[in-house]
Write a protein that binds this ligand. Structure first.
Ligand SMILES: NC(=O)c1ccc[n+]([C@@H]2O[C@H](COP(=O)([O-])OP(=O)(O)OC[C@H]3O[C@@H](n4cnc5c(N)ncnc54)[C@H](OP(=O)(O)O)[C@@H]3O)[C@@H](O)[C@H]2O)c1
Length: 316
């Protein structure tokens, strides 16, 4: 029987790296393809995984999701290598130069919202965003649009009439409707591009289910909980953080029948006061109409970007 192929973006550290280990613990016959921007990190991860799981197949592909020519190149290579992808974990993400809002922190500490504040970081963090070489906001392009183009390009590997393929997005509890607007979906004018991008992921996942389920592709979103990774170390120093939750959730989604998952639900990693881990289902604050409108806007932007990139290619 052919090995199941799992593509994971951002597999070089943090959530993505831990996910690779856990997936191979569950099934050491998988083929993991590590989609990373830094190939020396990817190769080091590949070597370490194969040392622990010698029966697995682990390959790498270079992709920088904040650079569309790189996404096109990676997609081309993947189409040459694989007839299908069974799971794609859209996990790579950034929160650049997060700044802690000390005033919001102190007022939150003494309010009834204290637990909510720490579990979602709502109102606590602002970030610096910039424009990429593709002319897009960096957080939007990295967290959302680069991945969207990857899926569009990989459609022949993902849409089948036999067994379904799965998209699994690393979203966040920090995804907030109030930080997202259809008029400024790249969040060029606001101060919370991370939250906006994660809300955009939730909307996109809903729209993808609507547009692709009949073609054998299912999408879900999850939040891994607060994890000690390079991303969180960018917010506060390591000694302040405590690890709230290991990786039960991403693996839990791996085992679910896609047809049984609710496209309006986000699957949250949670833990009891006694340290027992469990998966909590949360209804997302979304509506199908906005999701579809956002999806159409992404398709328009895709059309525009493809024309611009082809023009640049012709000139060079
Ligand atoms: N940590 C948390 O508490 C938390 C909570 C909720 C959601 N999340 C989400 O979890 C995901 C993983 O984050 P993390 O916490 O594991 O942080 P991390 O350790 O910084 O990992 C981020 C991963 O994304 C990769 N990446 C960043 N920009 C990229 C680009 N342009 N192209 C390709 N890969 C890129 C990084 O590659 P390099 O190694 O080359 O930098 C790295 O592998 C993110 O989507 C994040 O938003 C994290």
């Amino acid at each position: 029987m052919a090995r199941k192929v799992v593509l994971i973006t951002g597999a070089s550290s943090g959530v993505g790296l831990a996910l690779c280990k856990r997936l191979l613990e569950e099934d050491n016959g998988l083929h993991l393809c590590l989609a990373c921007r830094n190939m020396s990190k990817a190769d080091a991860v590949r070597t370490a995984l194969l040392a622990s799981y010698p029966t697995a197949e682990v390959t790498t592909v270079q992709v920088d999701v904040s650079n569309l020519p790189s996404v096109f190149q990676a997609s081309k290579e993947l189409k040459q290598r694989f007839p299908r992808l069974d799971y794609v974990y859209l996990n790579a993400g950034i929160m650049p130069n997060p700044q802690l809002n000390i005033k919001a922190l102190f007022s939150g500490l003494f309010s009834r919202k204290v637990i909510h504040m720490f579990s979602t970081a709502e109102g606590l963090l602002t970030q610096d965003d910039k424009v990429t070489a593709d002319g897009l906001q960096e957080v939007f392009e990295t967290n959302v649009f680069g991945h969207f183009i990857l899926i569009e390009e990989l459609e022949p590997l993902l849409c089948h009439s036999d067994s379904p393929s799965r998209l699994i997005w690393t979203s966040s509890r920090n995804a907030k409707k109030s930080n997202f607007s259809l008029e400024d979906f790249q969040h060029s004018k606001g101060q919370e591009p991370y939250s906006s991008s994660k809300y955009a992921i939730d909307l996109l996942s809903l729209a993808l289910n609507r547009n692709f389920n009949q073609r054998g592709l299912y999408s879900s979103v999850l939040c891994p909980g607060t994890m000690l990774t390079n991303l969180t170390y960018g917010i506060l120093p390591p000694f302040i953080w405590t690890l709230l939750m290991p990786f039960i959730l991403l693996v839990w989604l791996f085992h679910q029948k896609p047809e049984s998952l609710d496209p309006l639900a986000k699957y949250l990693s949670s833990t009891t006061g006694f340290g027992r881990n469990y998966v909590m289902t949360q209804k997302m604050d979304l509506d199908e109409d906005t999701a579809e409108k956002f999806y159409q806007k992404l398709l328009e932007l895709e059309k525009h970007i493809r024309v611009t990139i082809h023009k640049t290619d012709d000139q060079s």
